[in-house]
Design a protein. Structure first.
Length: 122
């Protein structure tokens, strides 16, 4: 793997392969799998996650960004459920455009997708 390129995180620069490690950690891959894929020791990756290095800062920054995005999706999901419930309670027509959009949002946003990210910690 080419370890010479750089990628910018939210506030700090990481090597491209370090950014890939951040992404994999946030997707739930184990440190063992990531370290093996990158050709580094698991202890090295673990120390990067725990110290105050650019890597740890980028990891926490990206984790916070994902939490904010997850909360936004959770809010949108809740609004969509509320809209469909109002239509059910009013015995209205499910042909209304906003109700169709609400159904589409509900189909697209599985609660488990955003809960996994917002509750995850490495």
């Amino acid at each position: 793997m080419d370890k010479s390129n750089t990628s910018t995180g939210s506030e700090c620069k990481l090597l491209t392969w370090q950014q890939q490690a951040v992404d994999w950690l946030l997707l739930g891959f184990s440190q063992e799998v990531i370290a093996a894929e990158l050709g580094i020791g698991r202890e090295t990756l673990d120390s990067w996650c725990k110290d105050k290095s650019s890597f740890a800062i980028a990891l926490e920054s990206r984790r916070q960004e994902l939490r904010i995005e997850a909360l936004s999706m959770e809010n949108l999901f809740g609004q969509s459920i509320n809209r469909v419930e109002r239509e059910l309670n009013d015995n209205g027509s499910f042909e209304k455009e906003d109700v169709k959009v609400a159904f589409d949002i509900i189909k697209l946003l599985s609660p488990y997708k955003y809960l996994r990210i917002s509750e995850q910690s490495v």
